[in-house]
Design a binder for this molecule. Structure first.
Ligand code: HEM
Length: 402
């Protein structure tokens, strides 16, 4: 068998985050009408599923690139059954979280058996083509779009499962290295601080020597902070969730950033909305301190970006602006952070959550991975979009009842 994923990854179970599931449904634009359209077709089209299943495995068994994924006729028999059930669910089930989790598990099984992600697209195309003929044959051509959306949801979940696997593997080596190094470096650093203290206490230092000591101490503190962040990052997060008011978060962030942003002439505008309406504050469910940490990291990045824009336009004054919106939605809450910086390059967008990936000379490459880790641990999702007009991060957080 052609192994793409490592043997030890078989059975690896990660969960599909609720935020991601919400995002996929929204992106595809799947609605209750689509569920009804699919259910209406189901009874008529189901007898033809056998054909779809037969065509699917014929195609993959006779293709030399995929034939070696299969173990033998027993397995194919089993798979024919599961693909048949999959098709029935496609036409009959609600798109709730449980549905998406079942789909996620299918993606995980494919990763586990070493099936390469590129084959998913051709496979889905076989299903699509076969179903199109069947749906039209039974006079449901007008409802075809609902089938398309249903297939898109499944494909997106399966592809996302591969993406998460790759991100996970890419993080493993630097994480192991980081954690080992951080522990090794912390002890000698503590000893450096201790010796510096002894020197300062005992010596009759000149002004210049005292300045050198103070600068040494600052640099050591900087290394220690990075090391602590690295160690924190390698530890699993235990959340202490509660319902809090977004105004409480605004106050805390304003306090943190007032001086820094003020000095750089950057304005921070906070808004709080429920649906279309502005409100003074909205309720958010999550770990206040962790979410604050995530927002601090994002605001710091936004601050740097906004300053970069001023540099980009040759120092001409265009006011740096960061907008933060807290919104209550039906399924939880959304936090939106938008800056008017110069925007990020496509390649940086793809790599921004990688550990130690940074575009700033003084950056540690830890800020955004920490943000992602915090949002993931809330079972939320984070999406970024960027253009020459600025960058926007949108965080979805599930509500208390999940
Ligand atoms: C539209 C794309 C596909 C769908 C919807 C699909 C569906 C499924 C389902 C429902 C399962 C059972 C998962 C479970 O055990 O919970 C499965 C497993 C599997 N699929 Fe797919 N599949 C797709 C593409 C492919 C392709 C392209 C291949 C190979 C060329 C393949 C090979 C396998 C194998 C080897 C297993 C594991 C079977 C086992 O546990 O022994 N699948 N798939």
């Amino acid at each position: 068998m052609n192994r793409w994923a490592d043997e030890k990854d078989r059975g690896r179970r990660k969960i599909l985050h609720r935020g991601l599931f919400m995002e996929i449904l929204e992106y595809v634009g799947f609605s209750e009408d689509d569920v009804l359209a699919l259910r209406k077709m189901h009874e008529k089209v189901e007898p033809d599923f056998e054909e779809v299943v037969a065509r699917f495995y014929q195609a993959h068994q006779s293709n030399r690139h995929t034939a070696n994924v299969f173990e033998g006729p027993e397995q194919i028999k089993r798979l024919e059954k599961t693909l048949g059930q999959w098709l029935v669910e496609l036409f009959t089930k609600d798109r709730d979280f449980a549905y998406c989790q079942r789909r996620w598990v299918i993606g995980e099984v494919h990763v586990g058996v070493g099936l390469k992600p590129k084959f998913m697209f051709g496979a889905m195309n076989i299903v699509r083509t076969e179903l199109y003929d069947i749906v039209c044959k039974h006079g449901f051509a007008a409802d075809w779009n609902s089938v398309e959306k249903a297939l898109d949801i499944d494909l997106m979940i399966m592809v996302q499962s591969y993406w998460d696997y790759v991100t996970d593997v890419k993080l493993r080596t630097p994480l192991a290295l980081a954690s080992g190094m951080a522990h090794e470096i912390r002890n000698p650093l503590n000893s450096l601080v201790l010796n510096l203290n002894l020197l300062e206490r005992g010596g009759n230092f000149t002004e210049v020597e005292r300045e050198i000591c103070s600068s040494l101490r600052q640099e050591i503190e900087r290394i220690k902070t990075t090391m602590t962040e690295m160690i924190d990052f390698t530890r699993p997060i235990d959340l202490v969730c509660r319902s809090f008011q977004s105004s409480e978060m605004e106050k805390s962030l304003r306090y943190q950033f007032a001086e820094e942003m003020g000095a750089q002439h950057i304005s921070m505008e906070f808004t709080h909305t429920i649906g279309e309406h502005e409100d003074g504050s909205v309720a958010i469910y999550g770990d206040f301190d962790r979410l604050k940490q995530a927002l601090i990291n994002l605001l710091q990045n936004a601050g740097h970006a906004v300053v970069d824009r001023t540099k980009d336009v040759g120092g001409e004054q265009e006011e740096g602006k960061i907008e933060i919106n807290f919104a209550k939605t039906r399924r939880g809450s959304v936090i939106n952070i938008k800056d008017n910086g110069p925007g990020m390059k496509g390649k940086d967008m793809l790599r921004m959550y990688e550990l130690f990936y940074t575009t700033r000379a003084e950056g540690t490459g830890l800020g955004l991975p920490i943000v992602k880790q915090i949002i993931d641990s809330h079972e939320g999702s984070i999406q970024a979009t960027s253009s020459r007009a600025g960058t926007e991060f949108v965080i979805h957080l599930p509500g208390e009842d999940k």
